[in-house]
Design a protein. Structure first.
Length: 521
């Protein structure tokens, strides 16, 4: 296959990972035939999670550092001609009570719309990024990523994962909980760290008990530094790509690090001096997981979350079918629906009608939204009734809760909030700021939900009898202040007509138009 790699060809896209310890940037040029080349990779230590986890608040100095780095990285990406900058934030931002303050500041000062992703979504992206650079063949691997605020554990092969988890364990988090000071780390102090890590991993261990792994692959700065130290000590050289290290060698490295005071630790060959104060906590987590999972050896990969963002981006483009027949997002939504025993036929009928209404309303100039909002509407329609799994009474509220707390893979928190709110308001009065489910959204997501929820409640009513009597539904404008709901039907649709007529006031609030209804076969 021939690739177009001429300078300036293709589209430049940047990926930014706002982590608990570091901010990482990846800028690539994506060619029309799906090939890409890396333009630059950058990393700077921000310590965003410094002093956060005990208080659940990002500290002002930490936000200052992270904002400045993000600003400079965004400027760099734009200098390279980036047309898009896809930015995500992980554990430190995810758990902070002042999350919105930080996100709004980033948007204001850097122009970045940073998405906050769940722990399991972080694990999925890490898997995608790591496995995209591996040739596992028929082997099954366990992937370990020890970050600043969380540790992701994944089990999978070349094509799919079978287990994802995110532990509230990280090098900065653990260091903040058990400050080591500037001296050597005693055996008692290390045992305390190890005990905490073990307790935090018990639930994960129960899920993986008895599982077999052909190999272990580590990623992140902690494991990179431990690998570098091990290579210098045991191989007498710098680490190379396929180097393998044993659990025993890891323990020896940790013992030597614990024996040194902080200033001496900074001088250890292979250790980044900026990481010397948190390396013991990070090493404890990695060593504990290797021990309880009975992993004898490990290799390190430089690939991680940034690469996963790239793979995910490619999977959503015009060549998505080359990556997967069904997207991670669609699979995740359908899986949640089936877990909640949803009426899939009804859900898909409502989704089809909702998209009919969305498309015709867009063509008629009733709303300005595009493919992204259309996709959110489709998923909200598929999941709007899953709350009946708990109880039909107040099921819209149950649906909202399930969607918000399901860790839907492939979605960030903002998207999940929009989908959940759209499902919630399919049975509620027109959304107002007094509603908590609506008030938590920013201004633009509110505008989106106000339109999508009206289209969803109309589509729901158009399958009121659950027999698919309405074949097609279109919203057609008549002048500036009137809209016609045009229906193609099979048979008696009186229940559907009564139901959709109840939404005339909501249609007028959403679109500024009075609605009339016509039905024909």
């Amino acid at each position: 296959m021939a690739f177009d790699v001429t300078p300036g060809g293709g589209k430049v896209v940047a990926f930014l990972d706002v982590g608990t310890n570091s901010v990482r940037l990846l800028v690539v040029r994506v060619q029309p035939n799906h090939y890409y080349t890396i333009i630059t990779e950058q990393k700077e230590v921000a310590r965003l999670g410094e002093g956060e986890f005990a208080r659940q608040r990002l500290q002002p100095a930490a936000m200052d550092r992270a904002t400045l780095i993000c600003q400079k990285f965004a400027e760099l990406a734009r200098t390279f001609g980036a047309e898009e900058i896809i930015a995500v934030a992980t554990a430190a931002t995810r758990e902070a009570e002042n999350q919105l303050e930080f996100l709004h500041r980033l948007q204001r000062e850097t122009g970045l719309d940073v998405r906050v992703i769940s722990g399991r979504e972080e694990a999925r992206l890490i898997y995608q990024g790591v496995v995209s650079g591996l040739n596992l063949g028929e082997r099954t691997a366990v992937f370990l990523d020890v970050g600043g605020g969380s540790t992701e554990v994944i089990v999978g092969n070349q094509t799919e994962y079978s287990f994802l988890d995110s532990l509230k364990l990280g090098a900065i988090r653990l260091s903040n909980l058990y400050p080591a000071g500037t001296g050597a780390v005693t055996a008692a102090s290390y045992a305390q760290l190890r005990n905490h890590a073990h307790n935090a991993a018990v639930r994960m261990l129960q899920h993986l008990e008895g599982r077999h792994f052909d190999l272990a692959i580590g990623s992140s700065g902690t494991i990179e530094n431990l690998s570098e130290i091990a290579a210098r000590r045991f191989l007498k050289r710098r680490r190379q790509r396929d180097d393998t290290f044993s659990y025993t060698q890891l323990q020896q490295v940790i013992d030597s690090l614990c024996a040194l005071p902080l200033e001496e630790r900074r001088k250890v060959p292979g250790l980044n001096p900026e990481r010397a104060d948190i390396i013991i906590a990070g090493a404890t987590i990695f060593e504990t997981l290797m021990g309880i999972l009975h992993i004898p050896t490990f290799t390190f990969t430089e690939r991680g979350l940034r690469d996963g963002l790239l793979v995910d981006y490619l999977a959503r483009g015009e060549h998505a079918h080359l990556v997967t027949e069904m997207s991670v997002r669609e699979r995740s939504v359908v899986q949640l629906g089936r877990t909640c025993a949803f009426d899939e036929t009804h859900a898909r009928t409502v989704a089809r009608l909702a998209l009919d209404l969305f498309d015709s309303a867009r063509t008629s100039g009733l709303h300005p939204f595009g493919d992204q909002e259309r996709e959110w509407l489709e998923y909200a329609a598929l999941l709007h009734d899953i709350g009946t799994f708990l109880s039909y009474t107040n099921h819209h509220a149950h649906s909202y809760y399930f969607i918000r707390n399901a860790d839907l893979l492939g979605f960030d928190q903002g998207e999940t909030a929009i989908i959940a709110a759209t499902a919630y308001f399919h049975r509620r009065p027109f959304p107002r700021p007094k509603h908590p489910e609506f008030a938590e959204l920013d201004e633009r997501p509110r505008q989106v939900v106000q339109i999508l929820c009206v289209l969803l409640r109309m589509a729901e009513s158009l399958d009121r009898s659950h027999v698919g009597v309405v074949r097609r539904a279109r919203l057609l404008t008549i002048g500036k202040r009137r809209v016609t709901l045009d229906l193609e039907v099979d048979g008696d649709c009186q229940l559907e007509l009564w139901g959709v007529q109840n939404h005339a006031d909501a249609v007028e609030k959403a679109f500024g138009c009075r609605m009339t209804i016509t039905a024909h076969s």
